[in-house]
Ligand binder design. Structure first.
Ligand code: ZN
Ligand code: ZN
Length: 333
């Protein structure tokens, strides 16, 4: 099969992904082989390719927002029929026995595997995944539009949940890329007023198109005090201005897997019971709940499509803020 393979980490401008022929993977016990149609490009892929996340497997095929069809089932895999339309997310597998898994917090599992990082992912024509960690994709989304739901969507949804935001509340997004442009639709559906603090007129315009009450620069002060804020940009320097924008008791959620250092804070910014918390991965329940609500709303995604062999270019465009919405690879080679 064709795949984009990372042999060694490097800045994406050096085109580190090699478009090559590699053996098609075989489904192990209770796994499914999926023919990939589309794979979303996530900022985490950028962190994998450039090495902000320590390498765990080499060579590795990145990509963890996979929409495709079941091509073959491994021994004992009975959940999906051949031809089923499925989605594969970041959370590839958990051990299901550690203290976190037993406490319904499998997102914090002590021994997890991650798609496109610790195991090969979806920048390829085929991929394999354990059937228990694969989602049935609702029919309401075209394949291409569905790909960004599988990480940007699910992680954005978990971030919303952890923010504790409720109907009538005020919420800000810092950074308005793939995750925020989906999360705003859920927040608006819940009756939340949304503010967008993000670099560049194009991203601000996108936020207003999706119903933001206000949009301004990344460190700008929103015109009203907020109940909660979510930082999707990988920029630790946004923590102090975001805390400053919160009401007493407000919650600041850090939605990324990697962030530049957070500068020191005046305790005043945190006092009055303000909370800062990160988001790590997702549970399968988050994914199921999000895909259900996404189909109900229904969520629409802004997609920039690239052929699989142009994955390096997609990552360069993501890094330089040139994508309005989400980048997606067409893996139907
Ligand atoms: Zn576990
Ligand atoms: Zn992701």
């Amino acid at each position: 099969m064709k795949a984009c393979v990372l042999h060694s980490i490097a800045p994406v401008e050096k085109a580190p992904l090699d478009f090559a022929d590699v053996p098609t993977p075989q489904p192990a016990r209770r796994e499914v082989l999926v023919r990939v149609k589309f794979c979303g490009v996530c900022r985490t892929d950028l962190h994998v390719v450039e090495g902000e996340l320590p390498p765990k497997k080499s060579p590795v095929i990145p990509g963890h927002q996979i929409v495709g069809v079941v091509e073959r089932t491994g021994e004992g895999a009975t959940r999906f029929k051949v031809g089923s339309r499925v989605g594969i997310p970041w959370l590839h597998k958990t051990d299901q026995v550690c203290q976190y898994c037993r406490a319904c917090m499998e997102n914090l599992c002590d021994d997890p595997t991650f798609t496109g990082y610790t195991v090969d992912g979806g920048y390829a024509e085929y991929t394999v995944a354990p059937e228990d960690f694969v989602y049935t994709m609702p029919d309401s989304f075209p394949d291409m539009q569905a790909a960004p739901l599988l990480c940007a969507g699910i992680i954005g949804f978990r971030s919303l949940r952890l923010s504790g935001i409720k109907s009538g509340g005020r919420l800000a997004f810092y950074g308005f890329g793939a995750a925020a442009h989906i999360a705003i639709q859920v927040a608006r559906h819940w009756g939340v007023e949304v503010y967008a603090c993000t670099r560049g007129a194009k991203h601000q315009q996108l936020a207003l198109e999706f119903g933001a009450a206000w949009a301004g620069e990344a460190a700008a002060e929103p015109p009203a005090k907020l109940d909660a804020a979510i930082i999707f940009a990988p920029a630790g320097e946004l923590v102090p201005p975001a805390l400053k924008a919160l009401k007493k008791g407000g919650v600041l959620v850090l939605g990324g897997i990697h962030m530049s250092p957070v500068p020191s804070l005046d305790y005043d910014l945190l006092y009055h019971e303000r909370v800062v918390r990160s988001v790590a991965n997702n549970t399968r329940q988050d994914g199921e709940d999000f895909l259900r609500i996404a189909a109900e709303i229904p969520i629409r995604t802004n997609v920039a499509l690239y052929p699989l062999q142009d994955a390096n270019r997609a990552l360069v465009d993501l890094k330089s803020d040139r994508i309005n919405g989400a980048a997606v690879l067409d893996c139907r080679v």
